[in-house]
Ligand binder design. Structure first.
Ligand SMILES: Cc1ncc(COP(=O)(O)O)c(C=O)c1O
Length: 362
């Protein structure tokens, strides 16, 4: 039986035993919710749903190209970043790929769907799950594709530009594609955040994956894209799926989202502040926090093992990282939310930890 392996599953358990909605810390979505301008655009685009959507997303493409300062032809939109990922796998059909472990599970799912063999670069806890320069040696003439999630999900660990450049150059040397997933880059502090998109023209083997999903809190709308300067690949992506994967509503939401400068500023400040708060509180509770440079916190807490279950009883969903390669049930990921919600979660963990310690003493 197929098993859904992501956070954000508010459908399997729609309500708490008390009949209330769960507070979902398991999906990393902007806690400010959908920006007002995007909601308005969605409402007003409803009437246009009598037509098929523009298969080339022309208006959105023009706006995004200007926003990101990239060529219009270098953008391919899809039904969320995950859809683009599957199209890339189908268009490229790599035979052998190198993935981080742990990392976002859909890279493997997409690659396995085209019978790609996976090699893992295992991130080490003693190195705080940071990619080391040794990764370059793992890229061999047999490697067709390397995927780096930056910042990585679930660790929230960033890879510096210098190392990414080494990886990129090694990929050129062995004729491999480098896919850099920057879906969470918008939440990283400005002085540490960087995108590789200025390198697109010089490196046609570089593909950057991005989404509107997390930044603008629209996972249900589905809008993502990739950036790449290989004209042939960009054309092939059209052949690897339906023409209407980006709905009228998604295109309208995307255009409106690009105008939300103030929303982004406020979100960014909130995430910075609340991330600090959560890290401090979790450390006070005895958790070991790693990375966590984005809008989610990755931590290890050895006891109690049934933390997600105990939190669920109190109305909170968190992401157990037990099903990631190279992790186990001691690791968790939680989204950064507003202070009231963050405080509630910390209070609940505190209570659970206290009970566990009392039980141990008895
Ligand atoms: C790193 C990363 N990339 C891509 C995606 C997929 O994003 P979307 O919802 O836009 O398909 C996710 C979803 O969790 C993710 O964590």
């Amino acid at each position: 039986m197929y098993k859904y392996e992501h956070g954000g599953d508010v459908y399997s358990l729609p309500l708490t035993t008390g009949g209330k909605a769960f507070i979902d810390f398991s999906a990393n979505i902007n806690p400010l919710g959908i920006p007002a301008g995007v909601k308005k655009a969605l409402r007003s685009a409803l009437k246009d749903c009598v037509n098929y959507p523009d298969p080339f997303c022309r208006e959105l493409r023009g706006d995004l190209a200007a926003y990101l300062k990239v060529e219009e032809d270098n953008i391919f939109f899809g039904n969320g970043a995950a859809d683009v990922l599957f199209r890339l796998a189908l268009a490229l059909k790599p035979r052998k790929a190198l993935l981080l472990a742990p990392t976002f599970a859909d890279y493997e799912k997409a690659l396995r769907s085209v019978d790609c063999k996976i090699n893992y670069y295992e991130l080490q806890e003693r190195q705080a799950f940071k990619i080391q320069r040794g990764i370059v040696r793992s890229i061999t003439p047999n490697t067709d594709m390397v995927v780096i999630c930056n910042p990585n999900n679930p660790t929230g660990q960033l890879t510096k530009r210098r190392l990414l450049l080494e990886i990129l150059n090694k990929c050129v040397e062995v004729n491999a594609k480098l896919l850099v997933d920057e879906c969470f880059m918008d939440f990283v502090d400005e002085d540490k955040a960087f995108s590789l998109r200025d390198l697109l023209q010089d490196y046609p083997n570089l593909i950057i994956l991005k989404a509107f999903t997390k930044t603008f809190a629209i996972p249900g709308v589905r809008l993502g894209y990739c950036l790449n300067a290989d004209e042939e690949l960009m054309q092939r992506l059209h052949l690897c799926g339906q023409d209407w994967s980006v709905s009228v509503l998604a295109q309208a939401a995307g255009k409106a989202a690009l105008l939300e400068k103030e929303y982004l500023k406020i979100s960014f400040a909130l995430i910075q502040e609340e991330r600090k708060y959560l890290i401090k509180q979790l450390e006070l509770l005895g958790a070991q926090v790693y990375g966590s440079e984005a809008n989610y916190i990755f931590f290890r807490l050895d006891e109690p093992k049934e933390l997600p279950l105990l939190l669920r009883e109190q109305g909170y969903l968190i992401r157990s990282c037990a099903n990631y390669h190279n992790l186990n049930e001691s690791y968790y990921r939680i989204a950064v939310k507003t202070r009231v919600l963050n405080r509630g979660l910390i209070k609940a963990i505190k209570g659970i930890r206290k009970d566990a310690l009392l039980t141990d003493d008895n």
